[in-house]
Design a protein. Structure first.
Length: 269
């Protein structure tokens, strides 16, 4: 059995949480209005990245991730994601998981997973008064810092080239997109990933919704998968947030994704 790696299972989990963040400005332009009403509008517009006025903002997310399939359990505990907003349309991020992998009947392997860097660039602004969505290019590069022999990495540098689109419609955010993973490591192959979903602002502090994703086979012997997640973000205040998601496959479920879960704490400033 080919072992999962953190990136193999983790990406679908992240989409239901992250895509509502991709298409909104990271600079808190709306929060320059210091009235309570102005601050509320600003927080809604920024989704789960509210921040003080200014153009440069940080986010730190510590999370746990888990996926189970027939014969294997894998995940990251913890993972660290650091984001820095250079401008309202440009963000850079670093992701480092402390991965684990266990095949049935074997021991659980722990260690650093593959290290990822990414650049998020929004090159089309959403039309607040019309139907035009925002469009984001978000390339990712994963470096082979995880041990492939222990199921903690792919053993070779690989990268993802996606486009994401999204639109906020009142209390609803609609998003979708996908792209191409280039991965020529031993036993691995290039693959496609796509995702679409909605999130609803239940209260000023809570956003929640489902998404559906599809991934083609990323390695020899691993089948393609389609799955569903439900997830969201709860904002305790402008700086402290909880991110959560859970789901499972609906295609080749036993071989790819019986159950997946994500839980993270995010600090923004």
């Amino acid at each position: 059995m080919k072992a999962l790696t953190p990136r193999t299972f983790a990406f679908p989990l992240g989409t239901s949480l992250a895509l509502t963040l991709l298409l909104t400005p990271l600079a808190a332009q709306a929060q320059t209005d210091t009235s309570p009403e102005g601050q509320t509008i600003g927080q809604q517009r920024l989704a789960s990245r509210p921040a003080p006025p200014g153009l440069q903002h940080w986010s730190f997310t510590v999370a746990g991730q888990y996926t189970n399939r027939q014969g294997e359990t894998a995940g990251a505990l913890p993972s660290l994601d650091i984001g820095y907003s250079v401008t309202p349309n440009l963000l850079i991020h670093l992701y480092q998981p402390y991965a684990f992998d266990r095949l049935s009947g074997g021991k659980t392997n722990f260690g650093p997973g593959d290290t990822e860097i990414g650049v998020r660039y929004r090159f089309i602004e959403p039309d607040d008064n019309g139907w035009r969505p925002g469009v984001v290019f978000y390339p990712l590069v994963d470096f082979p810092t995880g041990d492939r022999e222990r199921g903690l990495g792919t053993g070779r540098t690989h990268f993802f080239l996606p486009l994401w689109l999204g639109k906020q419609l009142g209390a609803w955010t609609v998003y979708g997109g996908g792209g191409y993973w280039y991965n020529r490591g031993n036993g691995y192959k290039d693959w496609f990933f796509a995702d679409a979903g909605v999130q609803y602002r239940v209260t000023d502090n809570l956003r929640f919704g489902p998404d559906v994703f599809h991934a083609t086979s990323s390695k020899t012997g691993l089948k393609e998968t389609t799955g569903v997640n439900v997830g969201g973000v709860y904002d305790f205040n402008a700086n402290h947030h909880v991110l959560f998601s859970a789901g499972r496959g609906i295609q080749n479920t036993e071989e790819t994704n019986r159950f997946s879960a994500y839980l993270g704490y995010q600090l923004t400033f």
